[in-house]
Design a protein around this ligand. Structure first.
Ligand SMILES: NC(=O)c1ccc[n+]([C@@H]2O[C@H](COP(=O)([O-])OP(=O)(O)OC[C@H]3O[C@@H](n4cnc5c(N)ncnc54)[C@H](O)[C@@H]3O)[C@@H](O)[C@H]2O)c1
Ligand SMILES: [Zn+2]
Length: 348
């Protein structure tokens, strides 16, 4: 069964279609999915043999272009290569780019589509759990600079997002867990049902994805340009980004988010926003999923220090998304450094 979620966005809305089997059934109907003009499928070298070739069978007139796999290729150099590939494929302003892959492909190919000839149509086909529930929705695209992650980008609403949960069969376990961290985040922010372990299985993936996508859709519709409530999506991420920075990005993002959620729940407790049950519940869930909830001995002061280089704290004041309970996020500023450091010490 195909399910569809309509998103309203600046400059027109789009549909997110969850269609199990879409990529394996070859039933992709170009007209039904806004695939106008010349079509270029852009993917990476891992996904091209898995799903790119199937897609080209379904869309025989489309060109297939590939980029190398990895965050280290989410760069302006890759964008420039993509422009050259788009030109060579004869893509003009009436054409469509399909970004087929995880968040890296979605971000870098999306940015190329946003800027090539001042913007061409973009269809996102996210293949990682994280990309399905997080990065493909909301219109943020971009690349990293040597100085830091996601420092260049644009808002580019897709014309469609196509999700085939079937492709998760080939997703590495560790990547599944990383996507689960964001789903737990969405559950804590706005949908308690997402915290039910019964839903955390491959068989229930379509429902899990639908509910998790809905949380992100509700937030970005209210705040497409991240001026207000969209900040709630940073739950756990102030801690996570700091952990990623002090470990020089050796920690996968989702694992850092897991620890970050545990830290945010404990800090909420410490600040008197909630009682012990919330951090206990979060940590129990992280254990069940196999996500870490401790920093593994990282220096708490160093993590705290790293928070002040967060681009979201440019004013120099601390700013955390905390929880009064499930579904009750709160933005709290100027938390005493001791409270943050003691929280980190607790989960060393
Ligand atoms: N734009 C946004 O709003 C937003 C939000 C969150 C994250 N992001 C970005 O997303 C990126 C992380 O995305 P990610 O976690 O998807 O990482 P990723 O794109 O690197 O994918 C993880 C790995 O899984 C592989 N893979 C993906 N789908 C697969 C499948 N079905 N079968 C087999 N292998 C598969 C990829 O090739 C890659 O090796 C980061 O760059 C982050 O900044 C963007
Ligand atoms: Zn994240």
């Amino acid at each position: 069964v195909e399910e569809s979620i309509s998103v309203s966005a600046p400059g027109g809305g789009y549909d997110i279609v969850i269609a199990p089997g879409l990529l394996s059934s070859l039933s992709l109907d170009p007209a039904a999915h806004n695939l106008a003009g010349r079509v270029v499928i852009a993917t990476n070298t891992t996904l091209a043999p898995l799903y790119g070739e199937t897609l080209t069978t379904a869309l025989p007139d489309a060109a297939l272009v590939t980029i190398p796999d990895g965050e280290q290729y989410k760069t302006l150099a890759t964008v420039s290569r993509l422009y050259a590939d788009f030109l060579a494929a004869g893509l003009d302003r009436s054409g469509t780019v399909i970004a087929l892959g995880g968040g890296v492909v979605g971000d870098v190919v999306g940015f190329a589509a946003a800027t090539y000839m001042r913007g061409v149509r973009l269809v996102q086909i996210p293949t990682s759990l994280l990309a399905m529930v997080d990065s493909s929705v909301g219109g943020k695209v971009g690349v990293d600079l040597p100085e830091g992650k996601n420092l260049v980008g644009a808002f580019k609403q897709p014309d469609r997002v196509l999700i085939d949960p079937g492709v998760l069969a080939t997703l590495p376990e560790r990547e599944w867990r990383c996507g689960m961290a964001e789903i737990i985040k969405h559950g804590l922010l706005a949908d308690e049902k997402l915290l039910d372990p019964a839903l955390h299985t491959a068989e229930r993936a379509p429902e899990l994805i639908r509910r998790a996508v809905q949380v992100k859709v509700d937030v970005v519709q209210q705040d497409p340009y991240e001026r207000g409530v969209r900040a709630h999506l940073n739950l756990g991420h102030t801690f996570a980004h700091a952990i990623e920075r002090v470990t020089e990005y050796q920690w996968p993002h989702g694992e850092a988010v897991g620890v970050g959620l545990a830290a945010a729940a404990r800090l909420s407790r410490r600040m008197g926003l909630c009682d012990d049950r919330l951090p206990q519940r979060v940590e129990k869930l992280l254990d069940a999923i196999g996500l870490p909830r401790r920093t593994g001995g990282l220096d708490s002061e160093a993590i705290h220090e790293a928070m002040f280089t967060d681009k979201k704290w440019q004013s120099g004041r601390s700013r955390f998304v905390l929880l009064r309970g499930v579904g009750q996020p709160a933005i709290v500023e100027d938390i005493p450094p001791e409270a943050v450091i003691q929280t980190l010490d607790e989960i060393r």
